[in-house]
Design a binder for this molecule. Structure first.
Ligand SMILES: Cc1cc2nc3c(=O)[nH]c(=O)nc-3n(C[C@H](O)[C@H](O)[C@H](O)COP(=O)(O)OP(=O)(O)OC[C@H]3O[C@@H](n4cnc5c(N)ncnc54)[C@H](O)[C@@H]3O)c2cc1C
Length: 395
């Protein structure tokens, strides 16, 4: 986006790409469908970044989701809006998004050189003079650093830009995984692999105190938990884990008060007084979860509805409203959807994306210390900052 926009405004542009093709990560986004933005309004967007959403205010006022949608539709790629106002190409193919961007870059006359990892940005007395690659030095007075984060390194985004920016005097906020699955201590989660829970509330507890809460879907995996609400809570979990014990509390019945859940249990056990508890609980919980659940409640699988005592019921109630899981840690950065941390934003002009330290150096995308939740927010931030950086660098 940055290369295309700068070329469109008349700059002579060379896009140096490390991989054998551009946009490798982009082709993986949205499970190959590319959730390229979100239909939400500006305040919703600003709130959707865990770090430095306000920094994007200026950029979004110049190039926002409606501009991005027009950009793609006017180039023959209509979009559709789905649940949560997520916007995808109507073709449901991330490849098409890359194709349009490649077409934009080519049609504006920017040159693209693949297999060209940049190793260093060259400066002379704090002024950009060029970049060094395997193939030699390219002289230039302006560089837009768009190397992305450090997650999914096989896509080419292995964090090279952080070292380059740091060498030029920029502060790099600690790099860490976000939108990442979480590993869980309790060994039984392995037996639940593949089990999805819908309409649950998950609360993140830091040293026992509530730090965050999400409602929706989650999934058990061979190492722990994943799924939309876990990914959303993961960045907060990672940050808290550096100094606290972090647990998850699952509320299986968030729409019901404890009293209502208790009344429901009483009703179920009365109605099915001759049935074994193992065959009553499926009315309340996914079947696969029940053996683990009953074992944790310290109740025999064989007891019947009319044998459940008040103490047993209280324990069941407690577990239905507050099932605890201990977080061991996040999956590695390589498996994270995005990288939190990066180039510190107070060192970047919010209206041009130019470095405040090195004139002629611009940043855009995930290399910056901005991380959004799922729903198209990360790509919109990358596209908007790319557009503005391209524009500013072209002047
Ligand atoms: C599996 C997955 C799914 C995702 N789905 C979505 C989604 O649906 N919606 C959403 O909003 N976000 C999604 N994201 C996040 C989104 O992909 C990123 O935030 C976005 O791609 C960042 O854009 P970028 O241009 O900053 O960096 P990248 O897209 O990472 O691009 C960086 C480019 O720089 C190149 N490069 C790196 N180092 C060098 C070097 N030294 N020299 C030359 N070139 C170099 C890389 O090869 C790469 O082409 C997803 C991420 C992943 C991993």
């Amino acid at each position: 986006m940055a290369a295309g926009r700068a070329a469109e405004l008349g700059a002579r542009v060379l896009l140096l790409e490390k991989m054998g093709r551009v946009g490798v990560k982009l082709t993986l986004t949205g499970k190959g469908r590319c959730n390229l933005t979100n239909g939400g309004d500006l305040p919703t967007f600003i709130e959707s970044y865990r770090h430095n959403g306000k920094f994007l205010h200026n950029v979004f006022s110049r190039f926002f989701n409606d501009d991005l949608i027009s950009f793609f539709t006017s180039r023959g790629l209509p979009v559709i809006e789905e649940r949560g106002r997520r916007i995808f190409p109507a073709s449901s193919r991330a490849q098409d998004v890359v194709r349009v961007l490649r077409g934009y870059v080519n049609s504006q006359g920017a040159a693209v050189q693949i297999h060209s990892p940049v190793q260093e940005i060259l400066t002379d007395e704090s002024r950009i003079t060029g970049v060094r690659t395997d193939a030699g030095i390219f002289k230039t007075a302006k560089v837009i650093l768009a190397t992305g984060g450090a997650s999914y390194p096989q896509t080419g985004s292995s964090g090279d830009g952080f070292g380059m920016a740091e060498k030029l005097g920029h502060t790099i906020q600690r790099i860490r995984p976000a939108l990442v699955p979480l590993e869980i201590e309790e060994p039984y989660v392995r037996d639940l692999q593949g089990l999805g829970l819908k309409n649950v509330k998950v609360t993140l507890l830091s040293d026992g105190r509530k730090a965050g809460e999400e409602f929706g879907e989650m999934l058990f995996t061979h190492f722990g938990v994943s799924g939309p609400i876990i990914l959303t809570l993961s960045g907060l979990a990672v940050d808290k884990l550096s100094s606290a014990r972090v647990d998850l509390s699952i509320d299986f019945k968030p729409a019901l008060s404890p009293e209502q859940v208790e009344a429901r249990l009483v009703r179920e056990f009365q109605k099915h007084s001759r049935k074994q508890i193992l065959n009553i609980l499926p009315n309340l919980l996914p079947r696969r979860f029940i053996p683990v659940f009953i074992q944790r409640a310290g109740i025999s699988l064989a007891i019947k509805g009319n044998e459940v005592r008040s103490g047993d019921r209280k324990r069941l109630l407690h577990l239905l409203k507050d099932w605890r899981l201990t977080i061991k840690g996040p999956r590695p950065l390589e498996e994270a959807i995005i990288t939190a941390g990066g180039v510190s934003v107070p060192e970047i002009h919010p209206s041009t994306m130019e470095s405040k330290i090195i004139p002629g150096l611009y940043f855009c995308g995930e290399i910056m210390d901005v991380d959004g939740k799922t729903g198209g927010y990360n790509l919109q931030a990358a596209f908007s900052t790319g557009w503005v950086a391209g524009e500013a660098a072209a002047i």
